[in-house]
Design a protein around this ligand. Structure first.
Ligand SMILES: [Zn+2]
Length: 276
């Protein structure tokens, strides 16, 4: 086990800082979940099904990213799964790309990350998924009771500002392109590009779920909570503390005791896996 830990530390040192930060949340309305409902059951009644589908989809997502290289060649990745008592299971994934695949320019950003509503005339399906899964809140003055509101402000800084072009680094944060276009009606709210959570169009259409894609290299305070699982290349499971240190911009991995791997037996919290 000590050797595995040393291997993991060496991998972090060798492959360096992550480039992309993804958050994937299970869609309880996807047909794989709905197909398993019996009688008057609703997805919230069958958390076991949601977790099973989530695990299956996460595996497919990681395969698309790591084996099929939709962002380029992945050197290594680490992910934290959060199984909360009530909320939907979701995974935070950090990817480190090889030097050829690094996302360096604003054109690279536009190629992989969009923060705009798609045109429903040219891509209706993507438009439907974005408006259903990738619109934040809304919050602020139009919905002061949104759960993201802290002391009258959105804790995730929505609505963002309109921006004609992406910018690589503004105070350590990436700024995505959000052009000032006509708002569209989403439910009872009028929504424009200031409310869109950044996403990758290709992934969104494949998975029909909330998949937030952000540039990780430029995020100064990307903090992952503690207490996690880590699998090695040989499939052995360890628990570790992992945090992405905003000041030093290091991914830190520290040791802890191993525990079980079955999602159903895991205590509520965060579980982390590391691969290369
Ligand atoms: Zn908000």
């Amino acid at each position: 086990m000590q050797q595995n830990y040393q291997d993991a530390m060496a991998m972090v040192r060798k492959f360096g800082k992550p480039d992309l930060f993804l958050t994937f949340t299970c869609n309880p309305s996807c047909f794989e979940v709905l197909n398993c409902m019996e009688g008057v059951q609703r997805p919230e009644d069958r958390r076991d099904i949601i977790i099973r589908v989530f695990n299956m989809k996460l595996k497919e997502l990681l395969e698309d990213i790591c084996k099929h290289g939709i962002f380029g060649t992945v050197l290594t990745y680490i992910y934290v799964i959060e199984f909360q008592k009530r909320g939907l299971p979701h995974a935070h994934i950090l990817l480190t790309l090889d030097s050829e695949s690094k996302i360096r320019t604003k054109d690279d950003i536009d190629k992989f990350v969009s923060a705009e509503l798609p045109d429903p005339c040219t891509d209706l399906r993507l438009f439907q998924i974005v408006t259903k899964c990738m619109v934040h809140g809304p919050c602020g003055t139009i919905n002061i009771n949104s759960p993201c509101m802290r002391d009258g402000q959105c804790c995730k800084s929505f609505p963002k500002q309109f921006k004609d072009n992406a910018e690589e680094n503004v105070n350590g944060y990436p700024i995505y392109r959000r052009r000032a276009t006509e708002p569209v009606q989403v439910g009872k709210y009028s929504i424009d590009n200031r409310w869109v959570v950044p996403y990758n169009p290709w992934l969104l259409k494949i998975f029909n779920a909330h998949i937030n894609v952000e540039m990780a290299r430029m995020m100064p305070g990307l903090a992952a909570p503690s207490a996690y699982f880590l699998t090695t290349r040989t499939g052995e499971l360890l628990t570790f503390d992992v945090k992405f240190n905003g000041n030093k911009e290091d991914l830190c991995v520290s040791n802890a005791e191993p525990t079980g791997s079955d999602a159903k037996t895991l205590p509520p919290g965060h579980h982390c896996y590391f691969h290369s």
